[in-house]
Design a protein around this ligand. Structure first.
Ligand code: HEC
Length: 161
């Protein structure tokens, strides 16, 4: 008597394998659609131009609170972020020696303190009492994918790319 070394798969098993394959495929496809790259262009397109420009343009709320970056324009947003120190009404007393973006150093980039949860802590960038204002964007940090893109863009030196 010889036993078969393996059994042919039941239709149910085949169906299960197929379903698993489709799920993985669908998941990968969906993830790709939302992908944000670690470049300034991608970050500006996905985030800064969409959810920040309302308040960050001449005459709007941030401008009135002494923060004069214009997020509507990509180059203006980039130049503002790279050139400015913290000047807003809340941060200017305790964080005024911190830059908004310091290429290569997320822990010294106030933008990161605002948008990336793991970096939002008191005494930011070694400044006593400096707590990045994380509550001004409806209490929300950027999404995990956005946080990663912002971190990697700054770690790569924050080029205009
Ligand atoms: C509802 C209006 C509003 C929105 C939306 C908004 N901001 Fe602001 N932002 C402000 C105001 C007002 C200040 C100044 C707050 C203060 O210092 O008291 C500020 C301050 C900042 C600062 C600190 C600058 C400094 O010199 O103190 C940064 C950086 C910043 N915002 C980035 C962003 C980013 C990035 C987004 C989008 C993800 C965003 N903001 C969305 C109103 C807004």
């Amino acid at each position: 008597m010889t036993k078969p070394s393996f059994r042919p798969k039941s239709p149910l098993a085949r169906l299960a394998t197929c379903a698993l394959f489709l799920t993985v495929l669908l998941f990968t496809a969906c993830q790709k659609q939302e992908s944000i790259e670690p470049t300034f262009s991608s970050i500006w397109e996905h985030r800064l131009s969409k959810s920040c420009a309302n308040c960050h343009q001449p005459g709007a709320q941030a401008d009135q609170a002494n923060v004069h970056i214009d997020f509507r324009d990509k180059l203006a947003a980039y130049n503002g972020l790279l050139a400015s120190y913290v000047k807003g009404l809340t941060g200017s007393t305790t964080c005024n020696s911190v830059k908004l973006v310091t290429g290569g150093f997320p822990e010294q980039s106030y933008l990161v303190g605002i948008l990336v949860s793991a970096y939002n802590k008191n005494n930011f960038a070694g400044q006593i009492g400096c707590q990045p204002i994380n509550d001004h964007i409806e209490g929300q940090y950027a999404s995990p994918a956005e946080q990663e893109a912002i971190l990697n863009w700054i770690l790569s030196g924050a080029p205009y790319n």
